[in-house]
Design a protein around this ligand. Structure first.
Ligand code: AMP
Length: 185
């Protein structure tokens, strides 16, 4: 695999995906493209998009595919992303988003998708330890359920295309990034 890597990272909430993404960016110089970050910054700036999606994020529900695909298509065509490559984080979350992504990228597709594997039992334990109020607990439950019903099939879809490297997300952060970088070699 050359430079300008085109990557995806999958992982449940609480899998350590955010931390590992930062380490991948540092190691490979790719651009971190998080749909969640883009949506939160729109909410912060109270843009039209931000006002529309705010209640969905609060409830842990998914934003519609067309809106998400528009955001991603825009960003993927910008010069820095084309030059440096990218790691998609929090996208694609549905089969329609996955198909839309492959349409945007054309024949080149992606290079690899990392599946940072931490079980539901383990992430639930990690999340509970952080302590949250009930509203937030509901949103987390919704998000974990949507991950199983919508996103696990996306991982299977990319696996059938031969892109997926599953990496054990348990252990020290330094061990996990080593496993990821090895899987990307
Ligand atoms: P994240 O930071 O990736 O966990 O995303 C936070 C929230 O933003 C999610 O719970 C969804 O409400 C929304 N969101 C982020 N990415 C997507 C996506 N690809 N499709 C639909 N909704 C998304």
């Amino acid at each position: 695999m050359g430079e300008n890597k085109k990557l995806i990272i999958f992982g449940r909430q609480g899998s350590g995906k955010g931390t590992q993404c930062a380490k991948i960016v540092e190691a490979l110089g790719v651009i971190h493209l998080s749909t969640g970050d883009i949506l939160r910054s729109n909410i912060e700036n109270q843009t039209e998009l931000g006002k529309k999606v705010e209640p969905l994020l609060a409830a842990g529900e998914l934003v519609d595919d067309a809106t998400i695909l528009e955001i991603v298509a825009d960003r993927l065509h910008q010069d820095d992303v084309v030059a440096q490559g990218f790691i998609l984080d929090g996208f694609p979350r549905t089969i329609d988003q996955a198909k839309g992504l492959l349409d945007i990228l054309g024949t080149d597709g992606i290079d690899k998708a990392i599946n940072l594997d931490v079980s539901i039992e383990e992430v639930t334990e990690r999340i509970l330890k952080r302590g949250r109020n009930d509203d937030v607990a509901d949103a987390i439950k919704t998000r974990l359920e949507l991950y199983e019903s919508q996103t696990v099939p996306v991982i299977q879809y990319f696996d059938e295309l031969g892109y997926v490297e599953t990496v054990d997300g348990l252990g020290e952060e330094s061990e996990v990034i080593e496993r990821i970088l090895k899987a990307l070699q």
